[in-house]
Design a binder for this molecule. Structure first.
Ligand SMILES: *Cc1c(COP(=O)(O)O)cnc(C)c1O
Length: 426
């Protein structure tokens, strides 16, 4: 049989009903699962047998949706989490402990920056942030003997920096550690990081995958390609006995599924950040149209970016889909079908004009969110970062006049018309 297309996988992967079963993925809204004999239950707890026993570890609805995302990314195993934050936290914590070190792109999402730079630091895991555009020689210098992973975003939120995935994969592998790529903005429709050498992919499913702004969630997908056993000295958590499971060794017992099995049976068990079955059900409905929505987001964003870059009141536009963008060449290589629906731009009138523009929209809404069906805006200097002076904003890499526009899937001309009338009023 031919390999199904991504569009087919969006709809058909995951839930495969047997004779007489519901056609649509059922919501297993149950915390627990019943067994007929004591011995069977015991085997589940020893990881001798696979099966469900408590939803904090695994739930059939969540697993089915994780399987769909796994197939979309071309991985060997996946796990849903309660949020994108939990996905990035677990992806790293699964292979790091106090005393270890990670290398992360400095242009990652603010939540990830705080997680690695502050919270995980307090837990004893140090992070060195690097400029993703730096030369390989410079990047090598960020590594230490205790470095355990490299993390970056395919398209960074909100700076829209496009990652040179091959360069980063080569770098990580030369130091015998995996590359973890947060693929939230690109989605597997536009980029499949495993094809370029990434080892683990994470998602905030809250964004395009859900697509409708209804449920928070995350996902971790393992490519199964990183050889933990060959680098056993670096990854004792996967290659040494786990005392909390009668001394099983994940790599020995689970082979290519070692990483995801440890994440579910150890981290989820102990830290509990499972996605609810109801949210997984909603996420699955979102995934069924991902292949239709993502190209429309990209097309609308391209038209909007072209309109903005030709407008006299607009000082600059950042969108990798524009030919003069700094990341256009990388986007053509890694994201030939389109980048994402998010654009940032600045106004000639600066911070004040940008603040004023916020109050002029009719359809476009001010929200602290990106990547759903509805077009929305945020002016960090007036909203999320309002306490900062212009100088502090620049230090944080955010232009005081920066407006972040998440282009939805409405009629492109209606989006442009709303921007046009708002620009006329300032
Ligand atoms: C939003 C986002 C996150 C965090 O996800 P939540 O679901 O909000 O916890 C992580 N990474 C990227 C790239 C994001 O855009």
């Amino acid at each position: 049989m031919n390999k199904p297309g991504l569009d087919t996988l969006c709809i058909q992967a995951g839930w495969k009903p047997e004779n007489g079963q519901p056609r649509v993925l059922p919501i297993c809204q149950s915390t627990t699962f019943k067994y007929d004999n004591s011995d069977e239950m015991g085997q589940l707890f020893d990881l001798e047998k696979s099966g469900y026993f408590y939803t904090r570890l695994q739930n059939p609805t969540c697993d089915t949706v994780a399987q769909k995302i796994c197939e979309l990314e071309g991985g060997t195993g996946a796990m849903l989490t309660s949020s994108g934050q939990a996905a990035n936290y677990f992806a790293v914590l699964n292979i790091c402990e106090a005393g270890d070190h990670i290398v992360c792109s400095n242009s990652v999402y603010g939540g990830t920056f705080n997680l690695f730079g502050t919270t995980m630091k307090k837990q004893g895991i140090e992070c060195t942030f690097v400029d993703p555009d730096a030369s390989e020689e410079e990047l090598h210098q960020a590594f230490q003997p205790n470095t355990k992973a490299v993390i970056a975003e395919t398209i960074a939120n909100p700076t829209l920096v496009v990652l040179d995935i091959e360069k980063f994969a080569k770098l990580a592998h030369s130091h015998r550690v995996p590359l973890i790529v947060d693929n939230t903005f690109a989605t597997p429709i536009n980029c499949r990081p495993f094809e370029w050498g990434a080892d683990i992919v994470t998602h905030s499913t809250t964004k395009y995958m859900d697509g409708h702004g209804v449920s928070l969630g995350g996902c971790i997908v393992d490519s199964g390609n990183f050889d933990w056993q060959a680098n056993a000295d670096k990854f004792p958590g996967l290659t040494q006995p786990d005392e909390s499971y009668h001394g099983i060794v994940y790599t020995e017992k689970f082979g290519k599924n070692a990483y995801i099995t440890k994440a579910t049976s150890q981290l989820m068990r102990d830290l509990g950040s499972m996605q609810s079955p109801m949210n997984a059900f909603l996420l699955n409905i979102g995934l069924e149209t991902l292949h239709l929505r993502v190209p429309r987001h990209c097309e609308n964003a391209r038209k909007t970016a072209e309109f903005l870059s030709n407008h006299e009141k607009v000082a600059w536009v950042n969108f990798a889909g524009l030919p003069d963008n700094k990341y256009h060449t990388l986007a053509e290589k890694y994201l030939p079908g389109g980048t994402c629906g998010v654009i940032s731009f600045g106004l000639k009138g600066g911070r004040a004009a940008a603040g004023k523009m916020m109050d002029q929209f009719h359809m476009i809404a001010i929200v602290t969110h990106v990547a759903d069906a509805r077009t929305c805006v945020l002016h960090p200097a007036s909203h999320t970062h309002r306490q900062m002076t212009d100088e502090q904003l620049k230090e944080a890499g955010i232009a005081p006049d920066l407006i972040r526009l998440s282009v939805g899937i409405e009629n492109a001309q209606d989006i442009i018309n709303d921007l046009k009338q708002a620009l006329e009023k300032i």
